[in-house]
Structure formats: C-alpha cells, structure tokens
Write a protein of this length. Sequence first.
Length: 284
Amino acid sequence: MTTTFDPQVYKSTTRQQWQDAAEAWHRWGPTIEAWLGQATTRMLDAAKITTGSRVLDVAAGAGGQSIAAARRVGPTGHVLATDIAPAILHYAMAAASAAGVHNIAVQEADGECLQVPDEGFDAVISRVGLIYFPDQQAALACMRNALRPGGRVSAVVYSTADRNGFFSVPIGIIRRRAALPPPMPGQPGPFSLGSPEVAQETLARAGFRDVTIETIPSPVRLASAAECARFERESFGALHQMLSGLPAAEREEAWAEIASALSEFDGSRGFTGPCEMLVISGSR
C-alpha cells in the first residue's frame, strides 16, 4: 500500500506529539542530558559558541542544550530557544529558571519559517531536531539567513539505523506490527541524515561552507531494558504516532515485544543501548 506524505499534516501531528510528550521529556531530562551530553558539548564547540555569543536554538525541546549554550555565552550573550510546541518551551523556561539561567528567551516557531532577525545570530544549533523537518532545505535556509556572515550552524543527528539499536529495534517492531512502509528518500525521520555523505551534501546544498562531520558514540545507559522501553514509551512521541492505528491491546503487545527485544542490550552493569550521533556543522 502506498500512502502520500502530507508535510502539513505531518507538522501538525508532530506539534501535537510534543505537546503531549512535553512533561515526560522534561521529567526524563537528567537521562537525556547524560545520554546526549558529550554530543551537546561537541555541537557547541563546532558552532564556536563563546562568551557573548548570540545563539539561536531551533527545535529546542525542553531546553537542555539551550541552557548549556546560555551558560557558555554568559551574561553578555543571549540564547533564543524556538520550538513548534509551546508546551515544551514552558518546560524549557522552567528548567532555565531552576538552573539560575536568565539569558534565555523562548519563541513558538515553525523551524521552516522562522520569524527572527536576518543576520541576528553568531551561531545556530539544533539537537535531534533537523532530521524531523519535512523540508530540511527550508529549515537550513532559515538558519543560514539568521546567521551573521561567518557564523556557524551545528546540529546533532542520529547516524545510521544499524548504529542505533536502542531506537531502530523499537521502530522495526512497530513498523512490522502496524504494517507501516519505511520512509521514502527525502522524507523526515530519525536516520534521514545518518549517512555522513548525505549530511555533507545537505549542508553544502543549503549554501554552507567548511562543513565538518564528527561521530560521537552516545550509548544510552539505564538500569534495564524495561526502563529504556519506559523512557521511549513515555517521551518519544513519534513512536506513539506510529502505533496510533493499532487497537489498545495490540499497542500493549508491541511495547511488551519492544522491552523483550531490547533486553539483548542488558548486561551485568545494566542496560547499554547502542547509539551513535553525528555533529554536522558549517559556516555561512
């Protein structure tokens, strides 16, 4: 069966996913920061963020990387965190306030149509967000327009599915159970920029130069496979959307199978889920 991809429906669904998952993503924040901390540091380095920098965060989510950037730029710098889902930005501001970070502002925005000043930023960052835009070139054009000449964009994305078992195993089970076809080339998805060659070409086509790609091992460490399944069930909205066409009982069966399948990554020191990130960066 062939289904037509509708980017507007996809974006509307994505917004609702993150409205619904906002509280859980915030609640799992310490796990997320432990998992993505190294990749986040390398993203900020690659974006050349330093004291006084003006930073735009696109698809900021609950703001862990926004807070890290704000700490780096200090009181003379500024971070604008944008996201399509206002509920998750509420948690970003609450987390910043709790952390004593006051140089962050938030703005509800579609990353493919940002309403920000041209050349208003020294750096643009996006952590696990760019991969989910239906029109990545439109998003990158907005990012490029927001940068001053010589400014840097840097994004964290998943590498290929075979290097990310913690996520690709559940996706495979859900696709099979829900009879979903794999995404077509050019459609959004977690592994849409996983090939370094594709990532390089995507940034270059958007007009970025001095493109760099760095591979960051990012294993997901939790107490058990059951805890990882709970983490993904509570906070990975895309998985819920993929399962939405199944009756409740079959959704429960899918999650039970996911937990069982993930147990292959359990060991004497707990769960270590394979994950590899790329930090892709370029200059305006």
